[in-house]
Design a protein around this ligand. Structure first.
Ligand code: ZN
Length: 67
């Protein structure tokens, strides 16, 4: 994780937003971490354990989803 991400949090790359059938997703613009826009319309890290669902599409541009 980059220092800026550690200090300010991850920043979603708005030019690379995509929809996985459930939520909007985007990689962090700095480190590429997979992010998800939750129901409160705030971005957070995508957690494969709690957010992983078979109905979600995978995206090969999404770095670090462990699959
Ligand atoms: Zn980041």
């Amino acid at each position: 994780m980059q220092l800026l991400c550690r200090v300010f949090g991850h920043k979603p790359d708005k030019t690379r937003v995509w929809n996985d059938n459930i939520d909007f997703r985007a990689p962090c613009v700095r480190c590429g971490a997979a992010m998800l826009r939750d129901e409160r319309k705030s971005w957070r890290l995508f957690d494969e354990e709690t957010d992983g669902a078979s109905s979600r599409k995978q995206n090969r541009r999404d770095i670090g989803n462990g699959l």
